[in-house]
Design a protein. Structure first.
Length: 517
């Protein structure tokens, strides 16, 4: 998303047990978990990641490159049986995260790993338009055809779960099953904030900020490639506790090297994540799976801190008839934290898949066509599907109606409408929108959103030459003492909330032009 700064995202020795207090019993496990709450702040900033083997090279896999039209995708296969294609997370992750765990599935499935266009070992080629989720789904369908597969089970992990659901909406006739693993919901619904920082101490977060500053300076002074800087961010952050945001167990040092070296590689030059995020933000799959005949399995870790406790139920509600399985002692990547139960559940699911008659697929495809038409006619779709570049913002400003503040009052929509009016120079209307955004957030007790709305009110008041009022808004935020970080990449802005507000109390905001076309 363009408005929130979100961070990137081993072996289970013994199945852990939970005590009545909710802690992991020490006698039942051997690995450090988030419940140990150990704080280990590394004094050194590592500038050379220790070597670790690429697991693809240690496994018996068939490797190939598949032409999907204007791009070659890197593909691996192992096993026989029902085709099972794995879509990794991100945006910007790679298939490597599934190794070596999914080799356990080769006894009951033809396991297909691949890197999406612009990621990992596949071609870095944005195509004639730009990287997008629609493009990623088209590539996946082209891959199926190139492999000569009629129907397959699609397993989507994290952001890959978003792509898997979008694929199911576009190509339900090519699915024999759908597995959503810690999946992004892809829905424009109110959800509780994620829990990613619940187990991170203030010291760890402060140390990661220090490391980021040091790496930025080193990268500039030594002219590092962006790819090297990204890998070092990932590695150093995980060493200072960042693993606690998505893992239940602390990864080994070797695993940390593999994560940094092989699991976050994407096209930085052509803004892969920007293109994907813009297109993803414009899609709402709420209500899209009513009457879907595809057997759907939803797998959730209880301690998947990417989300809050309401997320599994919200996702399951959007997939009537789906089976929801929860894993008590797992985080975001269940397959490497409770592998025995995970692969048992997946094996039983695949072996029990029924044949889906065309008579059930056809009416569902008609439903999706009509559902899609209604979705695209709504004001919320007009707002959320608009890009954050200048031309898109100006188009949105022209379409805007004040009553949209009543029908599209969620934070992302309000923020985007406010940005659109700011882009067009209509600072008074932008101020009105940010004031409405504040009111909505106060009703829901969303302190961070209130602070963001106040900051942008201050910006607009500065631009309207109403400096005393602007200072009053900034002071409210300064007094909140919030250290949350926000970024608006189209303006190349990144700041900590309350410290930034204190700066603006001293120095007025000056208009920043959109850096994206």
């Amino acid at each position: 998303m363009k408005y929130r700064c979100i961070g990137i995202s081993f072996l289970l020795m013994i199945a852990p047990m939970m005590s009545s207090s909710g802690q992991v019993s020490r006698s039942a496990r051997e690995r450090e978990s988030i419940f140990d709450r150990k704080i280990n702040l590394e004094k050194e900033v590592i500038v050379s990641i220790p070597g670790a083997p690429r697991l693809c090279d240690t496994l018996s896999l068939t490797k190939k490159r598949i032409n999907v039209g204007d791009c070659m995708l890197y593909v691996e296969e192992e096993g026989k049986g029902t085709p099972l294609v794995l879509i990794n997370g991100g945006p910007g992750g790679t298939h490597h995260c599934f190794h070596p765990w999914f080799s356990a599935a080769k006894g009951f499935a033809r396991v297909i790993y691949y890197d999406q266009r612009g990621c990992g070992l596949s071609d870095y080629n944005p195509g004639k338009d730009r990287y997008s989720v629609d493009q990623a789904v088209s590539d996946l369908e082209a891959l199926r055809a190139a492999l000569g597969i009629n129907k397959w089970v699609v397993l989507g992990y994290s952001y890959g779960g978003f792509l898997a659901q979008l694929y199911a909406l576009k190509h339900p006739d090519r699915l024999s099953g759908l597995v959503l693993l810690g999946a992004s919901p892809g829905m424009w619904v109110e959800m509780k904030p994620g829990r990613q920082y619940d187990f991170l101490s203030a010291g760890e977060r402060a140390r990661m900020r220090e490391v980021q500053t040091q790496l930025q300076k080193l990268a500039k002074d030594q002219n590092w490639a962006d790819e090297k800087t990204l890998a070092l961010y990932v590695y150093n952050n995980h060493r200072n506790g960042d693993w606690k945001r998505q893992h239940f167990y602390k990864p080994s040092r070797e695993k940390l090297s593999q994560i940094a070296l092989y699991e976050w590689n994407y096209d930085l030059k052509n803004d892969f994540r920007g293109g994907i995020n813009n297109s993803q933000n414009g899609i709402d799959m709420t209500g899209g799976f009513v009457g879907c005949p595809i057997p759907t399995l939803i797998l959730e870790g209880k301690w998947d801190l990417t989300w809050n406790t309401d997320k599994p139920g919200i996702l399951a509600q959007n997939h009537p008839g789906a089976r929801l399985v929860s894993f008590e002692n797992a985080g975001h990547s269940i397959f490497d934290e409770d592998p025995d139960r995970f692969f048992s559940v997946v094996r039983d699911y695949i072996r029990s898949l029924p044949r889906i008659p065309a008579a059930e697929i056809e009416p569902y495809m008609r439903y999706v066509t009509e559902w899609d038409r209604k979705q695209k006619a709504s004001p919320l779709y007009v707002i959320r599907s608009a890009g954050y570049g200048r031309s898109s913002m100006l188009e949105l400003a022209k379409s805007y109606k004040r009553e949209w503040c009543d029908t599209a009052g969620d934070m992302p929509s309000m923020l985007k409408m406010g940005f659109a009016q700011y882009e067009s120079g209509n600072y008074s209307e932008a101020l009105y929108i940010f004031e409405r955004m504040q009111q909505n957030a106060e009703k829901k007790d969303q302190t961070g959103t209130v602070a963001l709305a106040l900051i942008w009110q201050g910006h607009m008041l500065d631009l309207l030459d109403r400096r005393p009022e602007a200072i009053a808004r900034y002071k409210r935020v300064a007094d909140m003492n919030l250290n949350d970080s926000w970024s608006h990449s189209q303006y190349q802005m990144q700041y900590q909330v309350s410290p930034y507000a204190r700066e603006r109390m001293e120095t007025p905001f000056v208009r920043i032009d959109n850096k994206e076309k």
